[in-house]
Structure formats: C-alpha cells, structure tokens
Ligand binder design. Sequence first.
Ligand code: SF4
Length: 179
Amino acid sequence: MNERPDRNNLIKQLEDARFSCEMCAECCVGPDNEVIVSPDEVEALSRASGLSFDEIAEPYPEWFEENGERFTFSWVLRRREDGRCMFLEQSRCRYYASRPHLCRTYPFMLNQGNLLISECPALGKSATKDAGNLADALILRQDADDSEFEATRREYQKHSIVSGKTLVIDSRGAHLLKE
Ligand code: SF4
C-alpha cells in the first residue's frame, strides 16, 4: 500500500502549482494519451454511454509471456485513429461526470504519497481552483489504484495457466481474449 500523504501539505503543493484547467483537452489527445482504467471505471462509462465493455476498453499494451501464455494487466480507453479519446467531443468529455480517476486528477498523480506533476499548458498560470477537492480526488485515486493493484496481484497468483492463449488479468480475474 502506498503511503497516505498529509492532506494539508498536498493542498499547499497543489496551490503552489497554480493550476486551473483551461479545458484545452490536450490531455485527451495524442499518442501519450493512454488512460489506464479499472473494470469499475469501464463499467461507469458503460452505464453512462450504453456501450459495452469491449467497445470502451482494450488491453493495456504491455505484454508478458510465461509458460506459453501471453498476458497483460488492466485496460486502457479506446482511441480514435487520430489518437483522440473516443469520448472527446470538440474540447469536452462527453461523459464528464463518469470520467476515470486519471482524467479527474491530470496533470497530477501520487506516487508513494508524493505529488508528481505531468506536462500541462495550464500549469503555473493562475490560482489553483478547488485545491481541496483535487487533493481528495488524488487520495481517492491512489486508494483505488492500490486496491486494484492488490486484487490484480491475487488474481494473477491464483489463475490457471492457459498455454497458447492471451489473457487480460485484472481485479476481477483472468479474462481470455477472443483470438
Ligand atoms: S474519458 Fe473524457 S476526460 Fe478522459 S481522456 Fe476521454 S475525453 Fe478526456
């Protein structure tokens, strides 16, 4: 489990970053826009959009091979051919209320309780909006990521090896991919 950050200290760091989202949608486009999602997050988007799990997510593209089995962990949101997230409409998320943790907290994330900041054109410009809510969203994301990681690890340890097959292993089990 990751260390929990001190909330007040986190708020102070977020305020120092002077970030207020400009809705430019830079984080929803391009080759680096890989939104890693848990099954719970895919389901939330599925409820909002009416699309199936497979229509929303594809396997995380880092593959491992062991005992003739090919597998990966977790899922990423599908993108259009031009690299834009499938849910981006002009510069707005179509399912903003159901967007994943990563989207809610970009350009920030916690690692071992430390704040990491990714590139974003809105950084350093104006007073951070809702730093308290952002801090809570980051802590919630870290907790959700920790639970997903632990449950995925357990599922990996207990799954039966299926030689010659391709699997996605997540917190809910080992899912055989259709060939
Ligand atoms: S789910 Fe919404 S906020 Fe997240 S990358 Fe896609 S369009 Fe952007």
